[in-house]
Design a protein around this ligand. Structure first.
Ligand SMILES: CC(C)(COP(=O)(O)OP(=O)(O)OC[C@H]1O[C@@H](n2cnc3c(N)ncnc32)[C@H](O)[C@@H]1OP(=O)(O)O)[C@@H](O)C(=O)NCCC(=O)NCCS
Length: 335
């Protein structure tokens, strides 16, 4: 068995900044409500004509990660692409990235686990690298939320939270024992699938059916979120899965150098921080700038924290996520 490590990180966010005040011009909301409930001050939205898409942003993040790993596309054996907002209904973003980056016929896998997508994708990469099947796996999380949000007052409970962006990591084979990705822990609970979901278009809600049922509305095309139910489940599952990861490695909260929680809501991150008695320096949050970028949030935050010198060799880094499905997971990494 090999070990696996993260050898390169990168992220990309669109230039277009959308502040809370900007949102209050198109829907009945305000800066105070959004900041108080979520901590978000602004987010990035793709602008029509700026050339971005979920896959294109993924490529931009991936190029940076590859360069930092001192690798080229020829070195990549496998692409794992996590998103809930693919360019097309099918095929997924992985094959589009493979094409745009002029890669050989390497396999490309799409992960559909929403806010937990990146942790699931890292776990997939980790298993393939540890078993020796692949040497370098390109893991991408990318989201174009803005294209699919209800930007009217009707959608304000959801739309103010989400933003666009992409992050990428290269997972590479290593032989250094006791370092790199130590373990990953994944869970799901489909009983709550509808509590945070987008139902149509899908095989249960084909377009003609949606139009027939909602002649004047387009609700099934927009995400639905039972905010308070999601919040209550998130704080419990975040804590459980971080504890599970720590225990699996005979570690405790006192060993954590950096926790990178999925940027769901600053209040959720703060709740988790308090539970594990971590200082502000031990938790990295950037939801204030980017909103919730779902599968992209952890790789963007991880990259920023690493760029800022907040993650050093030997540090214990914990990634944790919770989201639609419900799905949740953690990754315990000795940097
Ligand atoms: C979404 C969330 C911020 C809403 O906060 P909340 O305190 O639960 O607020 P509620 O949904 O109960 O709404 C309270 C009021 O604010 C209103 N409201 C909702 N969105 C609003 C907005 N953007 N601006 C202003 N008012 C808003 C509601 O209509 C409601 O008004 P009412 O009391 O007159 O009916 C919160 O539930 C949350 O963060 N949940 C977790 C979401 C999450 O993390 N999702 C990602 C998971 S990966």
């Amino acid at each position: 068995m090999y070990t696996s490590k993260i050898s390169g990180l990168g992220y990309y966010v669109p230039e277009n900044v959308v502040t809370n005040d900007d949102l209050s011009k198109v829907m009945d909301t305000n800066d105070a409500w959004i900041q108080e409930r979520t901590g978000i001050k602004e987010r990035r939205h793709i602008k029509k004509g700026d050339g971005n898409s979920t896959s294109i942003m993924g490529v931009k993040a991936a190029e940076i990660a590859l360069e930092r790993a001192n690798l080229t596309t020829d070195d990549i054996d496998f692409i794992v692409f996590a998103t809930l907002s693919p360019d097309m209904y099918f095929p997924g973003g992985g094959v589009r990235v493979q094409d745009m980056m002029n890669m050989s016929t390497v396999p490309a896998l799409d992960v559909r686990n929403q806010c937990s997508g990146f942790v699931y994708a890292i776990s997939v990469a980790d298993q393939f690298v540890k078993t020796g099947m692949y040497k370098n796996v390109l893991v991408i999380g990318s989201e174009n939320h803005s294209g699919g949000l209800d930007m009217t007052t009707r959608g304000r409970g959801v739309s103010v939270i989400f933003g666009d962006g992409a992050g990428a990591a290269v997972v590479t084979r290593s032989e250094e024992k006791g370092s790199g990705i130590l373990s990953t822990h994944l869970h799901s609970e489909g009983a709550h699938a509808k509590e945070l979901s987008l139902e149509g278009p899908s095989t249960e809600h084909w377009v003609p059916e949606i139009i027939a049922e909602n002649p004047q509305e387009d609700i099934p095309y927009y995400p639905y979120m039972n905010g308070q139910f999601v919040f209550k489940n998130a704080v419990v599952r975040f804590s459980e899965v971080i504890n599970e990861g720590l225990q699996a490695n005979n570690l405790s909260a006192a060993d954590i150098d950096m926790l990178i929680p999925h940027q769901a809501n600053l209040r959720i991150s703060q709740f988790v921080q308090k539970q594990f008695q971590l200082s502000d320096d031990q938790v990295y949050n950037n939801i204030q700038k980017y909103g919730n970028t779902t599968a992209a949030s952890i790789p963007i935050a991880l990259t920023e924290a690493w760029e800022a010198g907040k993650i050093k060799k030997g540090d214990l880094v914990v990634l944790a996520a919770f989201g639609s499905g419900f799905t949740w997971g953690s990754a315990i990494i000795r940097w």
